[in-house]
Design a protein around this ligand. Structure first.
Ligand code: HEC
Length: 465
């Protein structure tokens, strides 16, 4: 298939991955909260109707109002926002996901509708319903919410561990992939954790209630945190099933990824210890500040988790199928022959600011092949990363991109494109002067060709084991 081109947006100094990562974290946090809240509500409804807790009924009302506001509104807004952002960041990735999992998305949407309708019905009518009907409605709500997690989880985990799918192209081979179960179970525990911490915030706002009753509610809500003891085992299971190269980025191979992994694991352990030792073991009361802080930490851990999942997939957005920069691995050789942007129809923004055509070509090559993971002089900026290199060092390290750092895809353009990219970076480094006499490049083209040849077109394979 010919390389399709889509418009590529520029988010200034912010890396594209951070744009989708930021929105994604908010969305995942809210969506998981909605799932966990369902489980928590079922539990409290049961406590209320079996006479185990007198205060549970009042809590249900307060918590549900909060749930509707936060989860439904923010969840739905960020959900639509995710589609919009995903299309801008990588139209080809989201396009492949829609094409391969069309009916899964459709089923997910149906469950989401059921979740919203049953949730709203509870919100409007719970006061007038019998306990039995309230319980049924909550079970319906929770099942629907969890099922939408179940379905989305299959698609997201497939991106990193596509299983037999690349060979068979069968939906279920991709869906029930090796990281499906550990990540589904991990997310379910995370959902209960978030819901329970949020409940501690809400309980603190029920100021009409006597302190003793609030204490009892906090203790009940905190009992959902007990499932956090499963997290280390689920995390290790996840680490074991992801590809060896991805694992190696997280455990030292990439400084940024390793730092994120340590921070995420550390924060999760901190919450877990506080929950198990303090809240459950010591029956502590958490005030609103501590509860809010714990929620903020959980938000951070959610972001870290998503960053780990997305970041460890490099250089792919769909493993073995599509590189992060929307190039199909099998097309690299072809693009090296015909040029990566020869047929890119989209003009540069402010093309006039570049002094000549070579720099314009370089800018297009950067936009198409590198800008998904790099900015020029913002986060992970190439001008900074290549700042001290000589021209030939830039040429060689970019020609051998997948060897320079194994989490980058191979360079996928001609020697002329590569030279243009190097010149553009050098011009940027020089402060974008209005006129530019390219430094002499005697024999550069043939050296670049030799380096490209040496690098080959395949990604670098993970170390064995
Ligand atoms: C899949 C994402 C991804 C793509 C696509 C990508 N890079 Fe990178 N690149 C990275 C990451 C991550 C780093 C690590 C930065 C660090 O170490 O701080 C990096 C590092 C680099 C470095 C510094 C290497 C070193 O040894 O210090 C250079 C140069 C570079 N990239 C050039 C490019 C160029 C040129 C392109 C486009 C042709 C490109 N990259 C495409 C992710 C990517």
């Amino acid at each position: 298939m010919d390389q399709p081109y889509y418009p590529i947006n520029d988010f200034g100094p912010v890396m594209k991955g951070l744009v989708i990562g930021g929105l994604g974290t908010l969305h995942v946090f809210t969506a998981q909260f909605a799932v966990g809240a369902g489980i928590l509500l079922c539990y409290f409804q049961w406590l209320a109707q079996t006479g185990r807790s007198a205060a549970a009924r009042e809590f249900l009302r307060g918590y549900f109002r909060f749930l509707v506001l936060v989860a439904f509104v923010i969840g739905a807004l960020t959900g639509v926002g995710m589609w919009f952002t995903a299309i801008q960041i990588s139209a080809r990735t989201i396009g492949t996901m829609v094409r391969e999992f069309h009916w899964i998305w459709a089923a997910e949407w149906t469950f989401f509708c059921l979740e919203v309708v049953s949730g709203y019905a509870f919100y409007r009518c719970a006061e007038r319903l019998s306990d039995r009907d309230r319980f049924t409605l909550l079970i319906l709500y929770t099942t629907a919410a969890w099922m939408s997690l179940f379905l989305i989880n299959g698609i997201l985990s497939w991106q990193l561990t596509p299983g037999d799918w690349p060979a068979t192209r069968l939906v279920w081979d991709g869906f029930f992939n090796s990281s499906f179960w550990p990540s589904l179970l991990y997310r379910t525990v995370a959902a209960m954790t978030i819901a329970s911490l949020m409940a501690c915030v809400v309980i603190n706002t029920l100021t009409d209630m006597p302190l003793e009753a609030r204490k009892e509610l906090i203790h009940r809500a905190a009992s959902l945190l007990v499932f956090m003891v499963l997290m280390p085992a689920l995390g290790i299971w996840y680490f074991r099933v992801i590809p060896a190269d991805s694992r190696s980025w997280l455990l030292g191979g990439s400084a940024a990824m390793t730092m994120f992994t340590i921070a995420t694991v550390g924060v999760s352990l901190l919450i877990g210890l506080y929950a198990l030792v303090g809240l459950i073991g010591g029956r502590l009361y958490v005030n609103i500040a501590t509860a809010a802080l714990l929620c903020a930490l959980a938000f951070g851990a959610t972001g870290g988790g998503e960053f780990i999942r997305e970041g460890s997939r490099k250089p792919y957005s769909i493993r073995q199928t599509l590189y992060s920069n929307s190039i199909v691995p099998g097309d690299v050789a072809h693009l090296r022959a015909v040029g990566s942007v020869t047929h890119d129809p989209y003009p540069l923004r402010d093309a006039g600011q570049y002094p000549d055509d070579q720099l314009r070509l370089g800018a297009k090559v950067f936009r198409f092949q590198c800008s998904i993971c790099h900015t020029l002089d913002g986060i992970n900026g190439l001008v900074h990363l290549t700042g001290r290199w000589t021209l030939d060092q830039k040429r060689m390290n970019i020609a051998k991109l997948q060897h320079t750092k194994p989490f980058m895809p191979p360079f996928s353009g001609t020697a002329e494109e590569l030279e243009a990219l190097v010149q553009m970076l050098t011009w940027e480094r020089a402060g974008r002067p209005a006129s530019w006499a390219a430094p002499p490049a005697t024999g550069a083209a043939s050296r670049i060709r030799a380096w490209l040849e040496e690098a080959g077109t395949a990604p670098v394979r993970p170390p064995a084991g």
